[in-house]
Design a protein around this ligand. Structure first.
Ligand code: NDP
Ligand code: 2IT
Length: 444
């Protein structure tokens, strides 16, 4: 089946899954030429086999809130593809979670993990549970109830979950604790664990740091120094915080952060002391970004995203489809010359087209945010060896992996005239590796 037929077929067979269609369309739109060089692939129907997840588990999660009311949510785990290694990918807790969103994330994860050079397949899971306003005890009971169903589908050599939106160190620890009780093994089936019980140094920082390392590689291709560059960041939790931390360390000037209620714009730049405040506000008190504007007397815009503010570089680090075609045009008109995605699929197809047309440096999430899952892979290695590496060792390995992902993008994405299309580069490199592995392993 040809790439466009596969997409039409998926739309017909799995209607009402727009995010899944969007992610598949983006990949299939860029790999056709490379794929067609191997006529033997089509006979094995490899594109369709790679686009449809291996299996999907969905289950009811029942838990009791602090008032004694019994609540239900839907939980899922999508095991997309394990050609290269065990299924690997995060767990998302957010009210918007549904099968379409998790299918898009599991699909993307498969190619991202393939790019990392580590032996990891792709998966994703989550629940339509909103952690917002929940007490610590409610979070713990929910995590335990979720794992009561999930545990039978995962294991150190089959499927290794981690965090994503709404799931950080606290939630991973609660899930891992329950998993150990049920599975009676201590082999590190989750990553993003606490440092005291098998976690890796640098895992919390890895996605944000990795994105900045990738950005540095892109800037190097145009001899641009990051020092003094004005950066618009969205989000204000895990990925966004460590993006801003690394930017500050390198002398750049992050000026925006956001949450689902609105964004702050601080023209003086978010410095170390202000970031410490955000970390305390978000990680300890679980407050709103609006409070930053009240404390530092800067602008806060309710119900909007930061892309209208003038910047050199944009690093969307909150959620999917948070940067539209119009936002992209505004960014370009304001002189933005680089976009590096911390979030998964934050730019809409119209925004991506605008960036590529303008030939700016544009890194899609599956390349730029792969640092998180890479250090998850390194956590699995350390667990298997029953050893742990120092911060410096992990950070060096992370830098090496981001550099290698950049090299793969340049190799497969450089167009006539020299422009590097990182979307094409990442998709072709990620896709071809998985598909060759599938071909070698037979019809399964
Ligand atoms: P967090 O839960 O730590 O932070 C998410 C941030 O995005 C919060 O500031 C949140 O605000 C905001 N946000 C969430 N949903 C929406 C929405 N619908 N509209 C506007 N803002 C929203 O998650 P992470 O930082 O871990 O994840 C951020 C992005 O990075 C996601 O796309 C995730 O898939 C991706 N990612 C994460 C990795 C990781 O290691 N954690 C690795 C690679 C990618 P609020 O608190 O108001 O909801
Ligand atoms: O989207 C992602 O890459 C993640 N949420 C991290 C997955 C992982 O297994 O560390």
């Amino acid at each position: 089946m040809k790439a466009n037929e596969v997409l039409d077929n998926l739309k017909r067979r799995f209607p009402n899954e727009p995010e899944y269609h969007q992610a598949v369309a983006e990949v299939l739109g860029t790999i056709e030429e490379a794929y067609n060089e191997h006529p033997e692939f089509e006979k094995s129907n490899l594109i369709e086999r790679l686009c449809i997840p291996d299996r999907i588990f969905s289950f009811r999660v029942t838990w009791t809130d602090d008032k004694g009311q019994v609540q239900t949510n839907m939980g899922y785990r999508i095991q997309h593809n394990n050609t290269i290694g065990p299924y690997k990918g995060g767990i998302r807790f957010h009210a918007s979670v549904n099968q379409s969103i998790l299918k898009f994330l599991a699909f993307e994860q498969t190619f991202k993990n393939s790019l990392t050079t580590l032996p990891m397949g792709g998966g994703k899971g989550g629940a339509d549970f909103s952690p917002r306003g929940k007490s610590n005890a409610e979070i713990m009971r929910f995590c335990q109830a979720f794992v009561l169903e999930l545990w039978r589908h995962i294991g150190p050599d089959t499927d290794v979950p981690a965090g994503d939106i709404g799931v950080g160190g606290r939630e991973v620890a609660y899930m891992y604790g329950m998993y150990k009780k049920l599975a009676r093994e201590n082999t590190g089936t989750f990553t993003g664990k606490g440092i005291e019980f098998g976690g890796s140094l640098i895992r919390p920082e890895a996605t944000g740091y990795g994105n900045v390392y990738f950005l540095l590689e892109m800037l190097k291709t145009r001899n641009i120094d990051i020092k003094g560059k004005v950066v618009a960041v969205s989000g204000s939790d895990n990925v966004a915080q460590y993006t801003v931390e690394k930017l500050i360390e390198l002398g750049a000037k992050p000026v925006t952060m956001s949450d689902s209620d609105g964004y702050i714009y601080d023209p003086d730049g978010i410095d170390r002391e202000k970031l410490d405040y955000i970390m305390e506000l978000k990680n300890l008190y679980r407050g709103r970004i609006r409070e930053y504007a009240e404390k530092y007397g800067c602008k806060y815009v309710e119900g909007a995203r930061p892309w209208g503010e003038k910047c050199d570089i944009a690093m969307p680090s909150a959620t999917q489809n948070e940067l539209t075609g119009d936002d992209a045009k505004t960014l370009l008109a304001n002189g933005c010359f680089a976009v590096s995605e911390g979030a998964n699929m934050p730019s809409t197809p119209e925004a991506i087209d605008a960036f590529l047309e303008a030939k700016i440096l544009y890194a899609p999430g599956k390349a730029a945010n792969a640092g998180g899952v890479s250090v998850s892979g390194l956590e699995m290695t350390q667990n298997a060896m029953k050893l742990s590496w120092t911060r410096e060792e992990v950070d060096e390995k992370l830098k090496g992996i981001m550099k290698s992902i950049h090299e793969q993008c340049v190799k497969y994405g450089t167009q006539d005239g020299g422009y590097v299309n990182y979307v094409k580069g990442a998709n072709v490199a990620g896709f071809m590796k998985v598909i060759k592995g599938m071909m070698a392993q037979g019809i399964l």
